[in-house]
Design a protein. Structure first.
Length: 410
């Protein structure tokens, strides 16, 4: 069983690696085409139907790019579609969500201090929220609001804030941030899969049949693509947030996430304006800095966790009870309290540590049992913790952790 834990952790690492690689490809191509689109220039020799062109240099060569708002007069022999970057990012992200927050849900998904939901109910909320959120967003875009893009963006922002607040009523702060990122990424990929690509296929089919394509399909796709452009930076922040408890572990984490979305808008507005040669609105950086200062101030609120007394009095889950009852737990508890809890405490005693890393507390039996797998992987199967072995955990103690975990897993 311990070998399974190791293999499962390597699987999570592999999927995370894939997710990062595909996300880089998707974000890179998205940013490139937005910049290209905004930077197109008019030229006297443009062919019929061409909106603009751009000359670029890269890798020792020159590129001449032209854009047709609807379509060229004839279908080209070769056409490159940009879709798999988006699909691969979402699929790998969904797999990572299932590995970390569904299979590992007892530790990372549901906040038992906020709700008494069982794991399957939390997983159901996780899955259904992504679907329902897309449906609401899609209906908004298909309403008359499509002709009022600014109002539509405001409503989208309100939807994201509402989802963040709703998630934090059930999930841990870490899961809230991740799910809000997954919710946003689902909207972005669904835009590609259900709207942008089908519209492009209609245009291609019209060209192949000798019909004149309708310009409305390109207009619809452009609206969704613009939304994706402004949502990209917040998604990256949310996906990295699990490394920063100052973002996810305070009582205002949902509000911090909301302000991050606004920061994404101000930053992208600067670069979009610059690429469109409409000037450089440096005021956006001042607004971004102010928003970030507000976020830092909100992060000074108390971390969201139960008191020591409340945690001590809490009934153990079946999984926690198994680890507490396993042979060697008392020895491991002493090891963890002596080598780890000076940092992983409500009031850390180690110099320079003001809040428990990743908001992981290891002061009570229930907390040690709940983090059993991480303790095993970080301090038993590897020497990742304590960092630089600052608390002098010796090989015999690490071996004791391994024996205890093996005994509990059977």
């Amino acid at each position: 069983m311990t070998e399974f834990a190791l293999m499962w952790d390597w699987l999570a690492f592999a999927v995370r690696w894939l997710h990062v690689i595909t996300a880089i490809a998707w974000i890179g191509s998205s940013f490139y085409f937005i910049a290209l689109d905004l930077g197109l220039r008019k030229a006297p020799d443009l062919p019929a139907g061409a909106h603009g062109e751009e000359w670029q240099v890269h890798g020792g060569g020159f590129y001449h790019v032209r854009k047709y708002l609807v379509a060229p007069e004839e279908m080209p022999d070769h056409l490159t579609w940009f879709k798999w970057e988006s699909y691969s990012t979402w699929l790998s992200g969904a797999a990572l969500l299932m590995i970390v927050y569904w299979v590992g849900g007892e530790l990372f998904l549901i906040d038992q201090t906020k709700t008494d939901l069982v794991l399957w109910q939390g997983i159901a909320i996780s899955a259904l929220s992504l679907t329902v959120g897309w449906i609401i967003y899609d209906r908004l875009c298909k309403s008359g609001l499509a002709e009022q893009p600014i109002l539509l963006m405001v409503l989208l922002f309100a939807l994201l804030v509402a989802m963040g607040w709703g998630y934090t009523q059930v999930f841990t702060g870490r899961a809230m941030m991740l799910h809000l990122g997954a919710f946003t990424a689902t909207i972005m990929t669904a835009n590609v899969f259900f709207i942008i690509m089908p519209n492009q296929r209609i245009v291609v089919a019209d060209l192949q049949a000798g019909r004149t394509p309708d310009a409305k399909y390109g207009k619809i796709a452009k609206l969704r693509s613009t939304h994706n452009n402004y949502l990209t930076l917040p998604v990256v922040f949310l996906m990295l947030s699990n490394h920063y408890p100052l973002a996810f572990a305070t009582q205002y984490n949902w509000l911090i996430a909301a302000l991050v979305f606004l920061m994404g808008v101000t930053i992208r507005h600067f670069f979009n304006s610059m690429h469109a040669r409409k000037g450089k609105p440096y005021w956006t950086w001042a607004v971004t800095a102010i928003l970030f200062i507000v976020i830092m101030w909100l992060s000074t609120a108390p971390l969201s966790h139960t008191s020591y007394e409340e945690e001590e009095a809490r009934a153990l889950t079946p999984t926690e009870q198994r680890f507490v009852s396993a042979e060697g737990f008392e020895d491991v508890a002493d090891i963890v309290l002596g080598r780890c809890s000076m940092c992983h405490a409500r009031e850390p005693g180690y110099g320079g540590i003001h809040r428990a890393p990743n908001n992981v507390l290891l002061e009570t039996q229930s907390e040690i049992a709940a983090a059993a797998r991480q303790i095993y992987l970080q301090s038993g199967a590897s020497e990742a913790m304590p960092p630089a072995n600052v608390s002098w955990m010796d090989p015999e103690e690490r071996a004791a952790i391994v024996r205890w975990y093996q005994a509990a897993k059977g």
